[in-house]
Structure formats: C-alpha cells, structure tokens
Design a protein around this ligand. Structure first.
Ligand code: PAF
Length: 322
C-alpha cells in the first residue's frame, strides 16, 4: 500500500469515528467522607459498578471524597453534587425526623439496627426527605460509636467528666455528652485530626472501621468500647436528578443502591471483627468491659429530654422491634 493510500484510509477512519453517533453519557457525582478502602468506599464502588454495568455506559458515577458531611448534603440539596453517602451526623439539621435514630443506646446490636432500617420504620423515615428537597434512597451503615481520648482510660461515666470531646454537628449526640459532664465540641470530620493534634479537643467518638481507616490511633491513646450510639449511614440524592432517570434507569439505580448497602454492611462486619486487634497492635489501650447500665443511668436526664422533643411513638416502636 502506498503511503498516500494509507494516509487516505487513516483520514477516512478518523472521519468515520467522528461521524459515529456519540453515546451521550451522564455523570452522577457521589461524595462521601472516608478513604476508598473504607466501608463507605466499598458501598460507593458497588453502586458505581452495578449502575454503570446495568445502564451500558450511558451513566458514569464519579466518586469523590469530601470530609465535610454537612457541606455535601447542602450541595446535594442545591444540586451541585448529585448524591451523598455518609452518616446521619448532620442530617437531622435538614430532616429533623431522622434524629430519632441518633439516640444513644437505642439499638441493641447490628441485627436490630439493620432490621429496623430495612423495615417500614426505615421506609417511613426515608419518606420524610422529599419535602426537604432531598431524596432518601436507602439506609447504609457507619457502625456503633466508641469513645477515644488522649488523657485517660475511661472505665466509668465519671471518667468522661471534663473531657473535651469532638462530636458530629448533631444535637442529640451533643446533649448526651453534656449530660455526662463532657464538653462537646461539634465540628466537621475534616477538622478533627488538627483539633486532636493541637489539643483543642481531648477525644472523639467513632465506629472502629473509621478509627482504623483514618489512623486515629496516631493521635489517641485510649479506646473504650462504649458502643454508646449506633451511627446509621444513608444514600441521599438530588430530587431533580432522580426525576430525570427513566423508570428503567431508576430501577437500575435502586438495584445499585441495594448492592451498595450489602457491600457497605459486609465491610463494617469484616472491619469490626479485625479492627480492635489492629488498634491494639498499633498501640492503643483498649477497655472492653463497659458497664453499659451505668452509662444509661448517667444519661437519664438526656433520655427524658429526647422523649419530650423527638417522636416518642417511633422511639418506642424501634425499642420494641424484634
Ligand atoms: O465522625 C464523623 O463525622 C462520621 O462518623 C464520619 C467519620 C465522617 C463518617 O460518617
């Protein structure tokens, strides 16, 4: 083949490519606050894989990390980010009904929490998002939260007194810590490590998978397995984006959300099993025997307030769930 003929064929191929009908691709940006190796990373990756495969490349899910959960929810509300995968930490400030889930010692164990969130109670709470300009898609999981600090071993509620504890921007959690005599200091997760390094706060509380994935052992010596509150996570999306999906694409998105929930919960279970040993290996001093009844008693005044201010009927339904 002459050089001229080869060049002509190459030019034709380029023209052919340019003339091929372009498949329009829609990008959905999903932000979450943890490393890709975390339980949120596992959920986000499962959603991406499932939805992109089911829609044959017409959609791309762009996963981004943003350590500020409140900022992500605000962005989803105004539509600059399509979806949020994160804890309910700041969510009660947008959808107050969700605060019932943040009450300490409400859930007995993971089976109880997952069962309630997958039941009509969880569905009814998801239904509260629409009037607030958000779509609550599905419940995921962060995990039971435990207390860490750099000052002392916490064995009893009285050991918490006087500790400056970073909490999420969550009224329910803040009330619990102030009732225990701590100084709750709400801030975004992005500010936590510098605050611990500079001594602005002495401690924080998070599930084992978060403590492991973020190396909080480098700034915290003491861990007490208080399991004082279950921290749900949730997938929230922008209503206009959800509306633009065809019925078939919406079904594929819901299927992808269920895949995300499964991958996220599996990762929490796996990390819970190995995480405590890992944190010991990294030098943390771990208190495993916790007098839960003593913490519950110390929180009596907070519980009375939750009963008055939150939806008491839903709280009772959750407690009675079997
Ligand atoms: O502590 C928090 O803010 C949350 O638990 C975190 C780590 C962002 C995960 O949702």
């Amino acid at each position: 083949m002459t050089l001229t003929r080869r060049a002509a064929l190459a030019a034709l191929a380029v023209v052919g490519l340019a003339a091929a009908p372009a498949v329009a691709q829609t990008t959905i940006t999903l932000q979450h606050p943890l490393p890709s190796s975390s339980h949120y990373g596992a959920g986000a990756a499962a959603l991406k894989e499932s939805f992109e495969r089911a829609t044959g490349g017409r959609f791309r899910v762009n996963i981004q990390r943003n350590d500020n959960e409140r900022e992500i929810v605000e962005s989803v509300q105004i539509g600059t980010v399509e979806c949020y995968l994160g804890s309910t930490g700041p969510v009660g400030n947008f959808v107050p009904a969700v605060r019932v889930l943040d009450v300490p010692f409400l859930f007995r164990d993971y089976a109880h929490a997952r069962g309630v969130l997958d039941s009509d109670i969880g569905q009814q709470l998801l239904g509260q998002f629409q009037p607030r300009g958000l779509v609550g898609v599905i419940w995921l999981e962060n995990g039971f939260r435990h207390l860490t600090n750099s000052r002392r071993e916490v064995n009893a509620p009285s050991d918490v007194r006087g500790l400056k504890v970073r909490t999420m921007e969550n009224q329910v959690h803040m009330r619990a810590f102030s009732t225990l005599g701590a100084l709750p200091t709400p801030m975004a997760f992005s500010e936590l490590v510098p605050a611990l390094q500079q001594g602005t706060v002495d401690g924080q509380e998070n599930p084992i998978p978060v403590i492991v994935a973020n190396n909080l052992n480098q700034v915290q010596r003491y861990l007490t397995l208080t399991g004082h509150v279950y921290s749900p996570a949730i997938l929230i999306c922008n209503p206009a984006m959800m509306q633009r999906l065809s019925a078939a694409d919406r079904a594929a998105f819901m299927e992808a959300a269920r895949a995300a929930q499964q991958a996220n919960r599996d990762k929490v279970t796996a990390d819970e099993n190995s995480g405590i040993e890992e944190l010991r290996r990294r030098g943390m001093q771990v208190v495993t025997q916790v007098d839960t009844a003593a913490f519950q008693q110390a929180l009596a005044a907070a519980f009375a307030q939750y009963e008055r201010e939150l939806d008491g009927a839903t709280l009772r339904r959750i407690r009675d769930w079997r």
